[in-house]
Design a protein around this ligand. Structure first.
Ligand SMILES: Cc1cc2nc3c(=O)[nH]c(=O)nc-3n(C[C@H](O)[C@H](O)[C@H](O)COP(=O)(O)OP(=O)(O)OC[C@H]3O[C@@H](n4cnc5c(N)ncnc54)[C@H](O)[C@@H]3O)c2cc1C
Length: 442
């Protein structure tokens, strides 16, 4: 494996993290880092934290260290739109992913959601967590078939959904922007930074989390090790890499099959009681777009509006401040189009992040070297699916067999990607085309 030369860094102002009630929680101190652990996990997003949680359950006596280059909740797990989605995303992806696969994915998503809910309840975690489902919204008539097809598909796999017309959607959302929506009840809306950090605070004492501790090299072998940016070398019996698309920089065989797309999010200031008038009787909600390049919108339980849109290809898995700056204009336009009466309300936070993807939506999952394992999600359902990869990587390294694990091992094979510069050129052209054809869905 090779030395890492690209590291995650905050991009813009990370609103979810900065408003998280547990942002000041102190995890383990760097001077407490030991030379040897049973297990080392690199990356403390949802994948890494859920891997740690399951490892600690499988091996209560084991020593487990988790290293992350940034603070827990500052990575992409804390920069997303906070949709913990249960239902398959059939509007995107490989047509070869058929109904049987989607049933599996639905089942696995539910395993994860149930586990997170159980952790939250057992520890009485006070985190922003709304079990209100989600809407898939269409403004453009050309996008109606996407809603109808998904409704039919969900019916086929026994998953409930309801189609709403413009009036019904307006009553539910407090904006009449959407001409048609599809409601599905199983999604949970969260402050993702608060939830991933919250779950991290519940891990038992044999799990030590070291924030702001970048790993610059992983060495496979009978006694694998990680080299930290602070010069220390830490050995483990087994190493799990849950670093999202940054896995490309660790020099594993599958490097290059994962890529990242930058997207951007904005969180308004808290709305005043007067501004909340237009939401009288409206519960917190979240709406994703029927068009792949459309805007995601939330009315949060913390009285803010969240907007996500914009796609740029992330050649090196980094999000520059310039890109965050350019994203503001489009975020603002989407906000004002949906909430013209709130046009005076400022964005308090605007940030950028990366959505890890593969060409066939399959994740990277499994062994990537002697005693080294990795998991990176390959589609947009990153919270549930990365958490799922973490859970089952923990089972894989501990030899805990299940049908779910075997399914993940059998199916998660990311497809080949063209090399650079063709990848960036082709992907950029595709993203530009998607944005140009999205019309008022943005
Ligand atoms: C704007 C936006 C909106 C999104 N909306 C949604 C949504 O609503 N729902 C959804 O399901 N998904 C969404 N996603 C995708 C989702 O955020 C990701 O798929 C998910 O966070 C992946 O989780 P992970 O744990 O695999 O990776 P990450 O959360 O990226 O965690 C990987 C961790 O590895 C660390 N790391 C990397 N390299 C190193 C190193 N060398 N040393 C130490 N640590 C390292 C990083 O700091 C990071 O914390 C969105 C993404 C973006 C950007």
């Amino acid at each position: 494996m090779k030395e890492v030369n690209r590291f995650p860094a905050p991009a813009g102002e990370l609103g979810w993290f900065l408003t998280a009630n547990n942002r000041h929680h102190v995890f383990a101190k760097p001077e407490e880092i030991e030379n040897d652990y049973d297990y080392v996990i690199v990356g403390a997003g949802f994948a890494g934290i859920m891997a740690a949680s399951k490892l600690a359950e499988n091996k209560p006596g084991a020593s487990i260290a988790v290293f992350d280059a940034v603070q827990v909740g500052m990575g992409d797990s804390g920069r997303n739109a906070g949709f913990m989605i249960d239902v398959p995303h059939v509007t995107v992806g490989d047509p070869k992913v058929d109904a049987d696969h989607h049933k599996w994915r639905l089942r696995l998503n539910k395993v994860v959601i149930d586990r997170m809910r159980a952790i939250k309840q057992a520890n009485d975690l006070q985190v922003d967590w709304d079990e209100t489902g989600k809407y898939l919204g269409a403004r453009e008539k050309k996008c109606f078939p996407a809603l109808d097809n998904l409704a039919r598909f969900l019916e086929g796999i026994g998953s409930p959904s309801t189609l709403l017309d413009r009036g019904q959607s307006a009553a539910a959302l407090g904006t009449d922007y959407y001409l048609k929506t599809l409601f599905t009840p199983g999604t949970i809306l969260i402050n993702p930074a608060e939830v991933v950090r919250g779950i991290a605070t519940t891990l038992p004492a044999n799990v030590r989390i070291y924030e702001r501790t970048a790993v610059i090299e992983v060495k496979e072998g009978s006694s694998p090790s990680v080299r930290l940016a602070n010069g220390r070398t830490v050995r483990a019996k087994k190493i799990i890499l849950t670093v999202s698309a940054f896995v490309n920089h660790f020099g594993i065989k599958e490097s290059g099959r994962l890529f990242g797309i930058n997207s951007f999010g904005a969180l308004t200031r808290e709305l005043t009681t007067q501004e909340l008038e237009q939401f009288r009787g409206v519960a917190p909600w979240g709406c994703t777009a029927a068009h792949p390049a459309g805007s995601t919108v939330r009315f949060t339980s913390t009285r803010r509006i969240f907007i996500r849109n914009g796609f740029t290809f992330s050649t090196h898995q980094c999000t520059s401040p310039q890109r965050v700056h350019y994203a503001r204009k489009q975020l603002r336009k989407a906000f004002e189009a949906r909430f013209p009466r709130l046009a005076h309300v400022n964005f308090e936070y605007v940030h950028g992040g990366m959505i890890p993807l593969t060409r066939n939506t399959q994740s990277l999952f499994g062994s990537v070297g002697q005693n080294v394992f990795a998991g990176t999600v390959g589609d947009g359902l990153g919270i549930t699916r990365s958490s799922m990869l973490g859970l089952y990587l923990a089972d894989l390294v501990c030899g805990v067999d299940s049908g779910e694990l075997r399914y993940l091992q059998k199916t998660n094979k990311p497809s080949w990607c063209p090399p650079e510069p063709f990848l960036t050129t082709g992907a950029t052209a595709k993203l530009m085309y998607e944005e140009m054809t999205a019309g008022e869905e943005i």
